[in-house]
Design a protein around this ligand. Structure first.
Ligand code: DX5
Ligand code: ZN
Length: 222
């Protein structure tokens, strides 16, 4: 089965003083989605963007928003981020809200729903939710910051997800998030991922974001 592989650059690593041009580059530079890392300072030891920021950014974006909620209470902010323009809304299995209610809430609001799992947790903890999801996000860093080293031992979890999704005959995305670059993205795709997030590899590389996206896509075989 040929799966379309997609790139979702994380703007957390972009030049935050010039985000309009970063979005312009993503609009023209071959990105499939914009990955928006939302952090609340509780679920992870960092604070980033709120709904108003997402709304402003979406107004100048031509590509879907892949919003990643690293927050303790996704039920509290799901509506605001979806109304701000999130096309995909991913929450963490480890968050404090009930996963089934959260999935239903996000779907009822009209967004595609993703569930993320941290490196410390086994894929088996997430498996029961697969039939209700549009995407599963395998974290290959401990969430909270861009520019971290990829935890490649998590690649076996990608393969596990691939086997489980295919066995259930589901059509859901496997996104991999954290430390992805042109040296490991091929392994990630071969393990069965269909979306990869790249922040520092896109925005901190020598070739400029459009050049880095092209290099990543080439390494991913797309
Ligand atoms: C980490 C975030 C990731 C991160 C990706 O908590 O969820 O999306 O920003 O950035 P890189 O690709 O630099 O690891
Ligand atoms: Zn993320």
């Amino acid at each position: 089965m040929v799966r379309k592989i997609k790139i979702s650059p994380s703007i957390l690593s972009a030049d935050l003083t010039n985000l309009g041009s970063a979005i312009d580059i993503l609009n023209q530079g071959g990105a499939d989605m914009v990955h928006l890392d939302v952090m609340d300072g509780n679920f992870v030891p960092n604070i980033t963007f709120g709904p108003a920021f997402a709304r402003e950014l979406k107004a100048v974006s031509k590509i879907p928003f892949d919003t990643h909620l690293m927050i303790t209470r996704p039920m509290r902010f799901a509506m605001e981020f979806i109304e701000a323009g999130s096309d995909w809304l991913t929450f963490h299995m480890e968050s404090y809200d009930d996963p089934v209610n959260t999935i239903k809430h996000i779907r009822d609001l009209g967004a595609k729903v993703g569930m993320a799992i941290n490196p410390c947790n086994p894929f088996s903890d997430l498996e029961e939710y697969l039939p209700e999801l549009d995407m599963v996000v395998i974290m290959t860093v401990n969430p909270g910051f861009g520019g971290q080293k990829c935890m490649t031992e998590q690649f076996s979890k990608i393969a596990e997800a691939r086997v489980a999704i295919d066995r259930l005959g589901l059509d859901i995305e496997i996104e991999v998030d954290g430390g992805i670059n042109e040296h490991n993205v091929g392994d990630v795709v071969r393990a069965g991922a269909t979306v990869f997030v790249a922040g520092s590899a896109v925005f901190r590389g020598k070739r400029g974001p459009a050049g880095e996206i092209a290099a990543l896509k080439k390494a991913a075989g797309i």
